[in-house]
Design a protein around this ligand. Structure first.
Ligand SMILES: Nc1ncnc2c1ncn2[C@@H]1O[C@H](COP(=O)(O)OP(=O)(O)O)[C@@H](O)[C@H]1O
Ligand SMILES: [Mg+2]
Length: 294
């Protein structure tokens, strides 16, 4: 059986996470309710009539790189809790049957350590249960999903799911989720704030800071927070390389950033395939793969 480790959250909501207004409002509302949770369910004994409401389930959905994973960790921090993050690789097992066992163990650990339980790429776990069960492995996928449903009913903490494929969720899971929070791609103002954070003060600049940020925010329509970070990762060595070759002091200039933006855009066009009908089978195929039969 896998041993699960909790961690102390590194990200802070106010300091690190930049969200669009609509996402921020939904999240704040949800956090406010979580603060009152103990009063309502324990002190006022609302659990006697709503035992399933004890477990608060959040679902973060939206395009990749929009801060879902980072926000989950920050929410744990905001609640003063530990963080237990599980991806496919933590749950997968070479041996049939162990995935369900691992899920139970994860809930036990979260209970003992007062941790927010986070399932990344949750569409694989929360996909539709298969009705035409032809192979043992499909039974196994169903068993894993049933275990998760049972554990959600027994748990009295906070569970967060994140996914880029929310349409694959089974309705049994969808109805167990208290808050569905959509993460948008950042608009121009949000991109500027994200870039402001990424352009840390020690980076020497060849142009006026405000103008550089505004220019870059304008150029990066359609970019996620992660893609903005990639732009910076690509641009910074360009500045150093140019300085080395020219024998001058390094300074980040607009052209380094423009080149980086073009490179990221090219990769987005060529590498990231758009969502196609094939993705509808994504969760089940991934589930089969993680169980070792694909
Ligand atoms: N909303 C955001 N606020 C701040 N940083 C962000 C945001 N979105 C993305 N990032 C940056 O991109 C990285 C990857 O984001 P991540 O949380 O893994 O996205 P997701 O889980 O939605 O795919 C973060 O660690 C952060 O550096
Ligand atoms: Mg993520």
């Amino acid at each position: 059986m896998t041993q699960f480790l909790t961690s102390t959250p590194r990200h802070q909501l106010e300091r690190d996470v930049i969200l669009s207004d609509s996402t921020a409002v939904q999240l704040q509302e949800c956090l406010a309710k979580l603060r009152f949770h103990k009063t309502i369910y324990k002190d006022w004994n609302f659990e006697s009539v709503d035992p399933m409401g004890l477990c608060t389930v959040l679902n973060f959905y939206g395009p990749p790189g929009t801060g879902k994973t980072m926000t989950a960790e920050a929410v744990a921090g905001q609640l003063g809790m530990q963080f237990l993050s599980l991806g496919i690789s933590e749950l997968e097992s070479k041996f049939l049957g162990d995935t369900a066992k691992n899920i139970r163990a994860a809930f036990d650990t979260a209970r003992e350590e007062q941790a927010v339980l986070f399932f990344d790429e949750a569409d694989t776990l929360l996909g539709k249960r298969l009705s035409s069960v032809t192979q043992g492995v499909d039974n196994e996928v169903n068993a894993m999903r049933s275990t998760l449903l049972i554990e959600l009913e027994r748990f009295d903490g906070v569970v967060i799911f994140a996914t880029n494929f929310e349409r694959n969720y089974d309705s049994a899971f969808r109805s167990r989720i208290s808050y569905h929070i959509h993460f948008d791609l950042p608009d121009q103002a949000a991109r500027q704030r994200l870039l402001e954070r990424l352009l840390v003060p020690a980076i020497p600049l060849a142009a006026e800071r405000g103008a550089l940020l505004a220019h870059l925010a304008e150029l990066t329509d359609g970019f996620s927070g992660r893609e903005l970070r990639t732009c910076m990762r690509l641009a910074l060595p360009k500045a150093l390389l140019a300085a080395e070759q020219g024998g001058s002091a390094p300074a980040l200039a607009a052209r380094h950033l423009e080149e980086a933006v073009a490179e990221v855009r090219k990769a987005m066009a060529e590498v990231g395939a758009p969502v196609t009908p094939a993705h509808l089978d994504h969760s089940t195929n991934t589930a089969r793969r993680m169980l070792g039969v694909a």
